[in-house]
Design a protein around this ligand. Structure first.
Ligand code: MN
Length: 206
């Protein structure tokens, strides 16, 4: 199998009271697992299509791969973007970049929050590095794979699917987003920012 479910870097209960152990367990062991299985199944279906020369299902398989691989990547990033006892404000270069491209940390937070809460349907709020403009941008990702530009590199993601918050927050999405800021692992965001800024443009702009 090409893709596998990563271990969480903390216990299911570690993010309480902001995200409950019950949500974390279902979200990781059921939802994320389903994306991993779906991506592997799509690859297997494509291999079979090549072997048999029957590409009748290729549109469905390509869509399945985008959706499920998207889900696998999104959740793998999201888990490491979070940590128990984290939160606060970013430091160093990523903090300076947020100030540069959004005006201030508070302005970034307001922008990211509005974009996340405004998603129509299921999706993700994302802070990304855009290697073409050499800048940070906020994106709304629809479902697991739509509405973002090729080559942008996510450094902070917030899952706005109902499965991510409904058991804890029901329809009050804003409380979930407020709680999210208490568990953002800014060290991980900083690491992802440095790596994106150093490498992202290299493969895109040859
Ligand atoms: Mn999810």
């Amino acid at each position: 199998m090409t893709y596998s479910l990563p271990e969480l870097p903390y216990d299911y209960s570690a993010l309480e009271p902001h995200i409950s152990a019950r949500i974390m367990e279902l979200h990781h062991s059921k939802h994320h697992k389903a994306y991993v299985d779906g991506a592997n199944n799509a690859l297997a279906g494509m291999a079979e299509a090549r072997e048999t020369g029957n590409f009748a299902n290729i549109n469905r398989l390509e869509k399945d791969l985008a959706f499920h691989l998207g889900g696998h990547v999104n959740h793998s990033i999201f888990w490491t973007n979070l940590a128990p006892g984290a939160g606060g404000t970013p430091e160093g270069d990523v903090a300076a970049a947020i100030d540069e491209f959004f005006g201030s940390f508070d302005a970034f937070k307001a922008h990211f929050q509005a974009a996340s809460l405004g998603i129509q349907g299921s999706g993700w709020g994302i802070l990304s590095w855009d290697p073409v403009g050499s800048r940070l941008i906020v994106q709304q990702l629809f479902d697991q794979q739509a509405n973002t530009a090729q080559g942008t590199v996510p450094i902070l993601q917030l899952d706005m699917w109902e499965h991510a918050f409904y058991l804890d927050y029901q329809n009050v999405k804003a409380d979930y987003v407020t709680a999210f800021w208490n568990i953002v692992n800014w060290e991980n965001v900083a690491k992802r920012f440095e790596a994106a800024r150093a490498n992202a443009g290299a493969s895109l702009l040859v």
